[in-house]
Design a protein around this ligand. Structure first.
Ligand SMILES: *[C@@H]1O[C@H](CO)[C@@H](O)[C@H](O)[C@H]1NC(C)=O
Ligand SMILES: *[C@@H]1O[C@H](CO)[C@@H](O)[C@H](O)[C@H]1NC(C)=O
Length: 292
């Protein structure tokens, strides 16, 4: 008997041959993770040679398919517009595991490990330009984006996260465990302590690290805006720069959004009056990635 996902893949392939590219599952992407996260991929019809790759990580109570079909999530449009591949990981639970030890350490077998395996698979399979791998996500997907940057800094060049928390902020005993203290903005640390949390996810790593663009809304009632500060502390410490912005622009990229740079590698965008979660801004995230 044919498995439902196989049937679905065949249907998707048949559909794509008539109507163009479609989101397609890769059922065996390899690697040793125990996480059952699914890999879905979108290769646009106009894919470039040695393409760039964007990993778009969904929020809680979503999935690769729902996120891909959500008209507010612009990464399919981005893939079509600029000819890059996008990977759409699908969580084995309602939310991504950003709490257990297996996901908060490199090669620990958890969800972050599974996403790293998807990236490695795609880089080989689609001959991705290794300097052009990027990660984005919203809410739970943004939390995972922070974890990916800490545990797999060698796999990506830049990250753009919307309404997340610092890597390790959700740490707890269970898999994909909710963390009220972190969500409510009560898990605060010094920049040094947050940097140490991130560094501990890949001990001894001394290579380049992805540039971080961090978005948050000022009236986020789900993931408290204090988490914006905690993320900035973490990544400014990682890059050894001050929490005092080197430059800031009000009403950028739009009214009531403030863009602040902390040297060339960390950018914060704080959206006054915006709740959970801050909408993805395709042009600004693509510009941060350097996608043309
Ligand atoms: C990879 O991307 C970089 C930056 O855009 C570019 O300079 C380089 O030529 C690319 N390499 C390949 C093989 O396309
Ligand atoms: C960086 O890490 C590599 C691999 O672990 C090691 O061989 C090298 O000596 C390290 N370099 C520095 C400057 O610490």
């Amino acid at each position: 008997m044919m498995h439902f996902s196989t049937l679905f893949t065949i249907a998707a392939l048949a559909f794509s041959s008539v109507y163009g590219a479609a989101l397609t599952q890769v059922s065996n992407y390899g690697g040793k993770a125990t996480s059952k996260a699914q890999m879905w991929v979108y290769v646009p019809d106009n894919v470039k040679p040695n393409p760039s790759l964007v990993v778009a990580i969904h929020s809680c109570e979503s999935s690769a398919q729902k996120y891909f079909q959500n008209s507010k999530i612009p990464w399919k449009q981005g893939s079509d517009g600029k000819g890059y591949i996008s990977i759409w990981p699908s969580a084995p639970q309602s939310c991504w595991d950003v709490s257990s030890k297996s996901t908060l350490v490199r090669n620990g077998g958890g969800d972050s490990n599974a996403i790293a395996n998807m990236i490695i698979y795609a880089m080989d399979k689609y001959k991705v330009n290794a300097t052009q791998v990027f990660v984005t996500g919203g809410s739970s997907g943004a939390m995972m984006g922070n974890v990916m940057a800490a545990a797999y800094p060698d796999l990506m060049s830049a990250v753009s996260v919307y309404s997340g928390v610092a890597a390790g902020c959700y740490a707890g005993s269970g898999v994909a465990q909710w963390n009220n203290a972190c969500a409510n903005g009560q898990s605060t640390k010094t920049a040094q302590a947050w940097g140490d949390v991130a560094r501990a996810m890949y001990p001894g790593y001394n290579g380049t690290r992805p540039r971080m663009q961090i978005w948050h809304g000022s009236v986020d009632g789900t993931i408290a805006p204090q988490n914006y500060q905690e993320e900035l502390k973490q990544w400014t410490n990682i890059f050894g720069v001050s929490m005092t912005a080197t430059d800031s622009k009000d009403n950028t990229p739009e009214k009531n959004y403030k863009t602040s740079n902390y040297g060339p590698n960390v950018q914060g965008i704080y959206a006054t009056g915006v709740g959970h979660s801050c909408p993805a801004h395709l042009a600004e995230s693509e510009a941060w990635f350097g996608l043309k």
